[in-house]
Design a protein around this ligand. Structure first.
Ligand code: HEC
Length: 443
């Protein structure tokens, strides 16, 4: 009952704030935000934002496809660079410490900006979770394992037999149990005090992308590829509720303990919030112009949610503005826009390269070096770009022939162990058109 009253008075406050800020909202897009109630954007990443975390003091950390972690002081980023591929998740083990995991299979710890490799999986790292005592990090991976890394150092403990790529992990509040969700649709419960195989709590036909556990362990919510979110009893697996909107897949979830808001992000950039005290849908709104909403994190006071997705920008949405204003236009989506009307060479570049490579001189913050001036350039020689050892040591000059060979054979064959993703362009005509476009566009 007490909870109910709290919810109602919160709503009343929110409505007043909404009225006061509605007029400011249009201005907020163009100007620096004055208060936490304004809409905010954090800009600087050179690739999509895959993961977000907020420290107890309210600092934002972002994991990006541009291979870096952004640590934000207000709107000023510090870039943490050590990953050799997209970074997909970040957490704050404590205020000054960050852990990150990514497509380079690595789990890293950052203290005062300096990286330390905790270890590596045999596949992409998909999620990180912190144990309730703050001493252990769990990492989930598509290699079908969960690793438990003691922060004090020492060997990791590996949990196996998950029967599929692991998409998400969460510790139970007692710290002795751990939940893991797989792309095969299993929700598994490990008793960490024993070496037994996990108990299957729930099985679905659809991959599970996200799990959230109530801080007191009274419920567990999981979101699936088909767009449905189930709420279950975390001990018995009994189904308590389900929430489905006409959207899919569920890609991100974030719960705010004090207010009981559960936010769910979908493939099209839409976010809903569920009031977990009353178990009802409270809000739904388009958080970004283009989906997917890959990353969500609440501010410590629960007044605002940070959301990240495909367009390199982190959006700060005050609860009072949910659904009240339209998300701004995103400038960085040209690689999907008007693709049909582009000449083939440009379309090849926009679809297959532009997410990682700029064409202009200067720093781009994309995952790969700018291709400006690429023809006649020796491999691995653009000043200021952090190349792999492989490319630094390669004895290649980029010409029509070597770029053709790069995508005829694929980077994994042409220069094995470079940071370039596996990608072949099998049709000679597509490679020719791409190279002709690059010749024009990189001069
Ligand atoms: C997912 C990101 C990604 C995509 C997509 C990508 N690249 Fe790259 N590319 C990289 C990275 C990272 C490097 C640096 C490799 C290293 O240091 O090992 C690189 C390096 C290169 C280089 C060598 C540059 C130099 O200075 O030596 C060329 C040429 C290149 N890419 C061309 C392309 C083209 C053309 C495409 C599209 C067909 C493409 N890349 C798609 C990430 C990407």
């Amino acid at each position: 009952m007490a909870r109910h009253v709290t919810t109602l008075s919160r709503t009343a406050t929110s409505l007043r704030v909404a009225a006061a800020t509605a007029a400011l909202a249009l201005l907020a897009f163009a100007s620096v935000p004055a208060t936490a109630q304004d809409f905010t954007t954090l800009k600087g990443h050179g690739g999509p934002v895959m993961g977000l975390a907020v420290s107890p003091a309210g600092r934002v950390a972002s994991a990006s496809f541009d291979n870096s972690v952004g640590l934000w002081q207000g709107r000023e980023p510090t870039w943490l660079e050590a990953h050799d591929a997209a970074v997909v998740d970040v957490i704050f083990p404590s205020d000054g410490v960050i852990a990150s995991g990514g497509d380079d299979f690595a789990v890293r710890l950052w203290q005062d900006g300096a990286p330390r490799l905790l270890g590596r999986h045999k596949g992409k790292v998909t999620d990180l979770a912190l144990s309730p005592d703050g001493q252990t990090i769990a990492s989930a991976s598509w290699d079908g394992t969960v690793a438990l890394w003691p922060l004090s150092g020492g060997q990791a403990r590996w949990l196996t037999e998950l029967g599929g790529g692991v998409n998400d992990v969460a510790f139970a509040p007692d710290g002795r149990h751990l939940y893991a969700a797989t792309s095969a649709g299993d929700l598994l419960l490990f008793d960490l005090t024993r070496d037994d195989p996990p108990r299957a709590l729930s099985q679905n036909g659809f991959g599970i992308n996200e799990i959230v556990l109530a801080p007191d362990g009274s419920w567990l919510a999981y979101g699936m590829v088909n767009g449905t979110t189930w709420v279950i009893d975390p001990l018995t697996g009994d189904k308590l509720r389900d929430f489905a909107v006409e959207r899919k897949p569920v890609l991100a979830m974030a719960h705010h303990a004090a207010t009981g808001q559960l936010a769910i992000g979908y493939g099209d950039g839409y976010i809903i919030t569920i009031d977990t005290n009353a178990w009802r849908l409270s809000k739904g709104f388009q958080a970004m112009r283009d989906g997917p909403a890959w990353a969500l994190a609440w501010t410590p006071d629960g007044e605002m949610i940070w959301a990240g997705g495909i367009d390199n920008v982190i959006y700060g949405w005050p609860v009072a503005l949910f659904g009240k204003v339209e998300p701004p236009d995103s400038a960085s989506r040209s690689f999907l826009r008007d693709a049909a009307s582009m000449p083939n060479g440009e379309r090849q570049f926009m679809r297959k390269c532009s997410i990682c490579h700029a064409l202009e001189p200067g720093e781009s913050r994309k995952a790969g070096p700018t291709l400006y001036g690429i023809f006649g350039r020796e491999a691995g020689t653009l000043p200021g770009y952090r190349y792999s050892e492989t490319l630094l040591a390669a004895n290649i000059v980029w010409t029509e022939d070597t770029i053709d060979a790069l995508f005829d054979q694929g980077p994994d064959h042409f220069i094995p162990r470079s940071k370039m993703p596996m990608q072949r362009i099998t049709r000679a005509e597509d490679r020719d058109d791409l190279i002709a476009f690059l010749k024009r566009a990189t001069e």
